[in-house]
Write a protein that binds this ligand. Structure first.
Ligand code: FAD
Length: 106
């Protein structure tokens, strides 16, 4: 396996319905690598859909607005929801805070 560090993928190359490789930028140069067997897209919950969109997979109207040639009219990343959380601060008694359910200190 070859690992390219500081390389930014700009597109999955897809021919027909087969992903054949990726285009990436490294040292300001555009490169293409070809997959021997399969392509694994694992750029995270924001990066992966972005790469799919840049590759031409998303809803037609969205891709048209960026002049990206359409490959597949599919809804990508339409159900992403940020986790809601809040931090509540207040004074606590440490010995009571770290106890087992029955009240024994851990
Ligand atoms: C604040 C926070 C707290 C979390 N806490 C927990 C926890 O306690 N326990 C737990 O199990 N999970 C936790 N998660 C979730 C966990 O981080 C993710 O599920 C996990 O990191 C997903 O791994 P991944 O490899 O799919 O994606 P990521 O870890 O997101 O890795 C994606 C990689 O792709 C790279 N990338 C993106 N776009 C491109 C591109 N165009 N070209 C090249 N590289 C690119 C990114 O730089 C990144 O290195 C947390 C997430 C967050 C945000």
């Amino acid at each position: 396996m070859h690992v390219a560090v500081n390389a930014h993928v700009t597109k999955d190359n897809i021919e027909g319905r087969v992903a054949t490789g990726v285009t990436f930028i490294k040292n300001n140069k555009k490169n293409t690598v070809y997959a021997k067997r399969a392509l694994v897209l694992s750029a995270g919950s924001i990066g992966s859909p972005q790469i799919l969109m840049l590759s031409g997979i998303d809803q037609k109207e969205h891709l048209e607005s960026f002049k990206i040639p359409l490959l597949a009219d599919l809804a990508v990343c339409r159900n992403l929801e940020d986790h809601m959380f809040s931090i509540i601060c207040g004074p606590i008694n440490i010995s009571e805070a770290f106890t087992e359910p029955r009240g024994r200190p851990l």
